[in-house]
Design a protein around this ligand. Structure first.
Ligand code: ZN
Length: 301
């Protein structure tokens, strides 16, 4: 009896010990699991924040989450506050569908309208009402004229200073609301200092700026503009020399890189369906790519 009693109490002690060990193991495994829940919670909110920030129109909100990573993000961060590009769609005045398309963009794209066309006035007014900055797209004599014809309201080298002035004044009257001018064609006229001085004289008198489309490497447009104290700038990139989506995207990337490296840069594009389709996609993504889209006037200043 004494023996079996002893044996039973040993067994009881063994089970008490065993349950203690299990109890400790169970407690430790539970306490290890407890901390993780708070961890996933913040990581979930962190995922949401960057997704929300691109929808915020202000660029300043973007860099904050990026500073948590290492050096490379510093470049986009700086670019977000400084890099600016302007996009000018010119050759408008003949294409009602393109005007409607551009008018619907909620972005400060600038537009240049050809003068003395039946729809010049309506085009300029519609685009100005939609918040776009309007320029006169001034037809100027190209090399190869008169074989190559720039259209009505053209400034020619054969014109006197007075004729150039009155041509430009008339052109401006047909594009209401124009705050600046850029040349349509003009590879011959923009290389002629007398012609460009006559043009700059009118611009100075009307308080307008000039954007050199750079249709020739020999342009003296900026020289003449500076003499007359007309604010001016040059086009950096043509978006759609090649009317293919990949080529237009590539030109836009060049423009953005240039703006980040050297400051505000201007691109000129045309109302081709391909160009408009690429811009439909890319304009909403510019802030995420570290650049601000501004009007031509802001770059010229
Ligand atoms: Zn043009």
């Amino acid at each position: 009896m004494a023996r079996s009693k002893n044996w039973v109490s040993r067994l009881a002690i063994f089970f008490v010990f065993l349950s203690l060990v299990f109890g400790v193991l169970l407690y430790r495994s539970c306490s290890r699991k407890t901390p993780p829940p708070p961890a996933p919670a913040p990581s979930r909110t962190r995922v949401h924040e960057p997704r929300r920030t691109p929808a915020v129109p202000r660029d300043r909100t973007r860099p904050a989450p990026r500073t948590t990573t290492s050096t490379p993000p510093e470049t986009p961060e700086r670019a977000a506050t400084s890099a600016a590009i302007a996009i000018l769609i010119d050759d408008l005045g003949n294409d009602a569908a393109a005007v409607d398309h551009i008018a619907r963009w909620p972005f400060p794209v600038s537009v240049a309208v050809l003068p003395e066309l039946p729809a010049s006035g309506d085009t300029a007014r519609t685009l100005e009402r939609s918040g776009k900055q309007v320029l006169l797209h001034l037809p100027m004599e190209p090399r190869g004229f008169p074989g190559v014809r720039p259209g009505p309201g053209v400034v020619l080298r054969s014109q006197s200073d007075e004729e150039i002035a009155s041509t430009l004044q008339n052109d401006l009257d047909t594009v209401p609301g124009a705050v600046g001018v850029n040349n349509h064609m003009g590879s011959a006229a923009t290389a002629d200092l007398r012609v460009m001085r006559a043009v700059a004289g009118v611009l100075a008198g009307r308080g307008l700026f000039f954007v050199d489309s750079r249709t020739t490497g020999s342009s003296v447009a900026l020289e003449a503009a500076r003499e007359a104290r007309v604010p001016s700038a040059s086009r950096r990139v043509f978006l759609d020399d090649i009317q293919k989506e990949a080529a237009i995207e590539d030109s836009l990337s060049q423009l953005i890189s240039h703006a980040k490296r050297e400051g505000p840069a201007i691109a000129i594009g045309h109302p081709y369906p391909t160009t408009l389709a690429v811009l439909d996609r890319e304009l909403p993504r510019l802030a995420a790519r570290g650049v601000r889209l501004v009007t031509i006037g802001e770059v010229v200043k």
